[in-house]
Design a protein around this ligand. Structure first.
Ligand code: BTN
Length: 255
């Protein structure tokens, strides 16, 4: 805590565990029990780490940052997915500055290096009527995992910071920078609005300018990812028309 440069994140409550099913589950439990905004849950390993669309998340002991942050943002529940985008910006900036690994954001919630996934973000919300009770932002970072340690099905699609940087990466300085960056982006969005953050997102994106396949839509389609809009939707040009792709509905795959 003394080593954090944050005002709120990780200042009042840090739940540090050796092993847990999922830090997101624990964070939701603590949030339901009334923990403060900025509480963080960290675990050395997860035995039931979760990804989006009921996928599992490989979370070996001591080799990653398996982190969940509880926020109570003054947003409409409709705007909660924006937390994923702001977290992606914060984590990408932190990784670039601490490790020099030039990773980039794949819309909406992955951080890639040379096309392989290094970070996944899973945002979960609890809302009542038209107010958010809490948002849990779960961040999984593959830090010191060698390529051979990944399960076979992940070996071609995932990698880690130590592989990208070709040296072991100490986790503490990275965690400190991530929490600082996350706090900064969060306050920026609260003060100046989400649209102010989008230029940063555009700069860090590896999706814009790419031809992408849209997966999960009723009709299979592909097009050029041209921009992100004020709601965080991806704008894709398909046969001369601009289609708005909303996270959660579909996923995208580069051609
Ligand atoms: C995805 O890429 O589908 C999202 C992966 C999110 C993984 C992190 S690890 C910390 C937190 N706890 C979980 O169970 N999941 C998130």
């Amino acid at each position: 805590r003394d080593q954090l440069q944050t005002k709120t994140l990780g200042q009042k409550e840090i739940f540090y565990l050796e092993n847990i099913d999922s830090t997101n589950n624990e964070a939701k439990k603590q949030a339901n029990l009334g923990c403060h905004e900025g509480a963080i849950v960290l675990s050395e390993m997860q035995n039931g780490g979760r990804g989006r669309i009921s996928r599992s998340w490989f979370s070996p002991a001591g080799k990653g940052i398996w982190l969940s942050v509880v926020l109570r943002p003054p947003f409409h529940p409709y705007d909660a997915p924006k937390c994923t985008l702001l977290a992606a910006v914060a984590v990408t900036k932190a990784i670039r500055s601490v490790t020099q690994v030039q990773c980039g954001i794949k819309w909406p919630n992955d951080i890639l290096y040379e096309g392989k996934k290094i970070v996944g973000i899973l945002t979960e919300m609890n809302a009542e009527m038209d107010a958010i009770n809490y948002v849990v932002i779960g961040i999984g970072i593959n830090v010191n995992i060698s390529q051979e340690e990944f399960p076979l099905e992940l070996r071609q699609i995932a990698t880690s910071l130590s592989v990208a940087a070709d040296k072991p990466i100490p986790r503490l300085p990275l965690l400190q920078e991530i929490l600082s960056a996350l706090e900064k982006e969060y306050h920026k969005v609260i003060q100046h609005g989400f649209v102010e953050m989008l230029d940063e997102w555009r700069e860090l994106s590896v999706t814009l300018g790419q031809t992408v396949d849209i997966i999960g839509a009723s009709e299979k389609s592909s097009g050029l990812a041209v921009d992100i809009d004020k709601d965080g939707a991806l704008l894709v040009e398909i046969e001369g028309r601009i289609e708005k792709i909303i996270a959660g509905d579909v996923s995208i795959r580069p051609r």
